[in-house]
Design a protein around this ligand. Structure first.
Ligand code: HEM
Length: 225
């Protein structure tokens, strides 16, 4: 017996999976760091830097907002029926991300999880801001397709936070088999792994959904009848 799942249904399933996991991680993170209790930090704090916890809170709260808003910005129905809401949420997304990225740069500097994780987070923060800048400037110029491409890339980087938590879960399971694994090993491997997965998946979407249809259209126009 074969099940034919339409492209539309596949898109809906993928969107729902992204939205549910993003909202879940965002709410869980926000609730943990809204307490303001450093003993509840899920990562080790730098004992020499009193500000470390504050930078994590200043990062985690606006970053959670970014993660929460993102899926709704990609929902075509919402975008076409409520364009004003799309613009308002878009502005909140931009401002939240600027704060979250600035705090992430400070948190990465104070991190005790090793140079590999620190470099991964620096690169991620810079790529986050760069893709945001490109997405924002293209929409200001009225270039909708290019705005869409850069915002797919941008949200994919935000979604690395969700994939990272998944990898950390796998890492915790691996530690029960290989007890010599340190938290820093698991954290840095998960950070790099999550970036890689999200970048590759984003490029797959960009090429399949945006570039490939344009190339096909152009090729069809080039074929003389
Ligand atoms: C994509 C760009 C991002 C960068 C560059 C980044 C960077 C960082 C850095 C440097 C830390 C501290 C790590 C340490 O001290 O070792 C951190 C922790 C954290 N980040 Fe992000 N992050 C990003 C996205 C997000 C998003 C979208 C969320 C949304 C939930 C998030 C939530 C958190 C939380 C909750 C922590 C505290 C650790 C934990 O409880 O798991 N981050 N992040």
């Amino acid at each position: 017996m074969t099940f034919a799942v339409s492209r539309r249904s596949r898109r809906r399933i993928a969107w729902t999976a992204v939205a549910v996991s993003a909202v879940g991680v965002a709410l869980f993170s926000a609730v943990t760091y809204l307490t303001g209790d450093p003993t509840l930090s899920r990562i080790p704090l730098n004992p020499a830097i009193a500000l470390h916890y504050l930078t994590i809170v200043a990062h985690a709260l606006p970053a959670s907002l970014v993660l929460l808003i993102g899926p709704f910005q990609f929902a075509a129905k919402l975008r076409t029926r409520r364009p004003k809401l799309h613009r308002v949420l878009g502005r909140i997304y931009v401002v939240s991300m600027i704060f979250a990225a600035a705090a992430a740069l400070a948190a990465a500097t104070f991190s005790v999880d090793g140079i590999s994780a620190q470099i991964a987070f620096y690169l991620l923060a810079v790529a986050w801001l760069y893709t945001l800048y490109r997405g924002y400037t293209f929409i200001r110029q009225g270039q909708i397709q290019l705005h869409r491409i850069w915002m797919i890339r941008n949200y994919a980087l935000s979604f690395a936070a969700v994939v990272l938590r998944g990898f950390l879960g796998i890492g915790a399971a691996a530690k029960s088999i290989v007890p010599t694994l340190s938290f820093a090993d698991i954290y840095s491997t998960s950070a790099w792994g999550s970036i890689m997965v999200c970048v590759v998946v984003a490029e797959y979407f960009v090429i399949n959904r945006t570039v490939a249809p344009l190339v096909r259209k152009r090729q069809a126009a080039d074929i003389p009848s």
